[in-house]
Ligand binder design. Structure first.
Ligand SMILES: NC(=O)c1ccc[n+]([C@@H]2O[C@H](COP(=O)([O-])OP(=O)(O)OC[C@H]3O[C@@H](n4cnc5c(N)ncnc54)[C@H](O)[C@@H]3O)[C@@H](O)[C@H]2O)c1
Length: 262
């Protein structure tokens, strides 16, 4: 099996790489940033997600493409357009040209950040309500995934990733939004085996006791997260809950302007 990851040099890629190693599996890492040390079964190609020729070549023979590359926080509109939206188009078009049947797109809870946390779990799949241009880019990515799935019979999963971390950090909202590296890897393994052509929009979040999210859509494609932030609460963990919280969190406070660089 060949899995190709874009943006593999980043936080998510670095956390999941060791968990994806299997005998007989090749994991081809791509990023504009260099990756110096490779593990067993890993290859690296340095390229931008905006380079259609390079992406098509990198995806050739892949059973699954996992798209993580691009800006992972707010940027001026032109940068979101060029890297996240154009890059999303290029990745899907390259996957189609290379004959790839399965694509996992790294979306974000910021596609729907203006939803009140207390309302979110009532709906398995929330309508877009982006909090930033970054969030708009994720909505566009999901829409691109949908059209490529419907037009070309691909299996495309858009995963609205919540808060990734090796630990739950200081706690707070992370008790509701944490997704562990183990659960992210479980999602990737699920999609690697998935044969359900169409677009599937799900939450990438652990099975947290204080979760704000429905796991229903994920379970429908066989994604069953096993971790729970609650099991990592210690004496210094902030366990206060904010009844007025938005999914967006700090992304909409006064220090995080629309179109800023942060
Ligand atoms: N970390 C989280 O909590 C979180 C939450 C929600 C969604 N996500 C999404 O998951 C994905 C990975 O997140 P992350 O935390 O690893 O982000 P990150 O910023 O650590 O990594 C992103 C990677 O993309 C690469 N990149 C940037 N521009 C590129 C380009 N033009 N071509 C190729 N690669 C490029 C960067 O070099 C970097 O290695 C992103 O799409 C992000 O939006 C992450």
């Amino acid at each position: 099996m060949l899995i190709v990851i874009t943006g593999a040099a980043g936080l998510v890629g670095t956390l999941v790489r060791p968990l994806l190693r299997r005998p007989g599996r090749v994991v081809r890492l791509t990023d504009i940033a260099p990756i110096e040390s490779l593990g067993a079964g890993e290859e690296f190609r340095q390229a931008s997600v905006t380079d259609l020729e390079a992406m098509t070549a990198a995806f050739t023979g892949a059973d699954l493409v996992i798209h993580l590359g691009g800006h992972s926080a707010e940027r001026p509109w032109e940068q979101i357009l060029e890297t996240n939206i154009q890059g999303g188009y290029v990745v899907l078009e390259a996957a189609h040209r290379a004959g790839v049947r399965r694509v996992l797109l790294g979306s974000s809870l910021h596609a729907t950040g203006y939803v009140a946390a207390r309302d979110a779990a009532a709906t398995p799949v929330l309508q877009p309500r982006p909090d930033t241009y970054y969030g708009v880019g994720k909505v566009a990515l999901e829409a691109l995934g949908s059209v490529y799935a419907d037009r070309h019979g691909m299996t495309v999963v858009s995963a609205r990733i919540c808060t990734v971390g090796e630990t739950i950090g200081t706690g707070g909202r992370t008790l509701s939004t944490w997704v562990s590296p183990g659960d992210l890897a479980r999602l990737m393994e699920t999609v690697a085996e998935l044969d359900q052509p169409g677009h599937h929009l799900i939450w990438a979040v652990s099975d947290n006791t204080r979760s704000w999210f429905s796991l229903e859509a994920g379970k429908a494609i066989g994604f069953h997260p096993l971790d729970d932030a609650e099991n990592h609460v210690g004496p210094d963990t902030d366990v206060r809950e904010d009844p007025a919280a938005l999914l967006a969190g700090v992304f909409v406070d006064d220090t995080h302007p629309l179109g800023g660089t942060w």
